[in-house]
Ligand binder design. Structure first.
Ligand SMILES: Cc1cc2nc3c(=O)[nH]c(=O)nc-3n(C[C@H](O)[C@H](O)[C@H](O)COP(=O)(O)OP(=O)(O)OC[C@H]3O[C@@H](n4cnc5c(N)ncnc54)[C@H](O)[C@@H]3O)c2cc1C
Length: 246
């Protein structure tokens, strides 16, 4: 098996997505087409040689060539995320390797199947690559995104998601606010639970393929509930990002 090489990428753009989330665009010396859902590993090396390595999902679709977008959530005591959030500027080098992952991926051969995407917080990142690619290939499969966030300040990619939903009658955007919804909010509130998921599933005329990504407790609860209501376990794919809940 070929070992994936570490490469020195260059930061070419930084976008503040929310108060706690930034997207870094990295230009790669060798760009390899990725599948939506895959990630890169990123390695920081201190002057004394100490290294820290973390995984970050690719937010950009494979149609964006030569560069990848990584969307990073700031974690207050986080060794790597806090440096990427506060210590990195345009032109800086970053060591990465990828694309990695063969399970939590959405392939073109699945583009006719109904699709349920469930995200908690920064778990939206790999799902966004799927939605961006789905829009680029003009897929018309019924697709629902259920996105759990704390407050209206925390909705990553909100404008783009709203635009996708406006342009595509087959794509539904559902957000649930776990702490503070916007004042005029009439949609879901609170953590994702069984009744909420049953209602979301009732929008599909046949069982969807499901991708669930975010903090471990959310992922486990959603995946168990989807299995409990009868979705085949093989149709539920999960990716866990971290230990805390939204
Ligand atoms: C396949 C994969 C893809 C990922 N993609 C992304 C991505 O696209 N964007 C992104 O922001 N992160 C992503 N992550 C999470 C990322 O790899 C790091 O775990 C995260 O940035 C925290 O690293 P850190 O060094 O800042 O924190 P650490 O120093 O490792 O941890 C500091 C503290 O924060 C807690 N913690 C660790 N991770 C989280 C978390 N996610 N949420 C809350 N608390 C946490 C730890 O338990 C610890 O108490 C992904 C993880 C995996 C496995």
């Amino acid at each position: 098996m070929n070992k994936i090489q570490w490469l020195m990428a260059e930061v070419t753009a930084i976008v503040q997505e929310t108060p706690r989330v930034k997207t870094l665009t990295l230009r790669l010396p060798e760009w390899i087409p990725h599948l939506p859902g895959q990630h890169y590993d990123l390695r920081l090396t201190a002057e004394d040689g100490y290294q820290a390595e973390r995984s970050y999902s690719i937010a950009s679709p494979p149609e964006k060539t030569g560069e990848i977008d990584l969307t990073i959530e700031f974690i207050a005591d986080g060794e790597v995320s806090s440096y990427l959030f506060d210590g990195i500027g345009i032109g800086d080098p970053l060591e990465v390797r990828g694309p990695i992952g063969g399970y939590f991926v959405w392939k073109d051969t699945m583009a006719n199947d109904p699709l349920l995407l469930v995200a908690g917080g920064s778990g939206i990142v790999p799902l966004m690559a799927m939605l961006r690619h789905r829009a680029n290939i003009k897929a018309t499969n019924p697709t629902v995104l259920l996105f759990s966030v704390r407050t209206d300040e925390d909705v990553i990619y909100w404008n783009e998601l709203k635009t996708l939903a406006c342009q595509d009658s087959q794509f539904s955007l559902l957000i649930t606010f776990t702490r503070r919804p916007p004042s005029d909010w009439t949609g879901y509130q609170g953590r994702i639970d069984g009744p909420m998921l049953s209602e979301v599933l009732s929008r599909f005329s046949s069982p969807p393929l499901s991708y669930v990504c975010g903090p471990t407790p959310l992922v486990e609860q959603v995946a168990n509930t989807l299995a409990d209501v009868g979705l085949p376990p093989t149709s539920i794919r999960t990716e866990r990002f971290g230990p805390t809940g939204t």
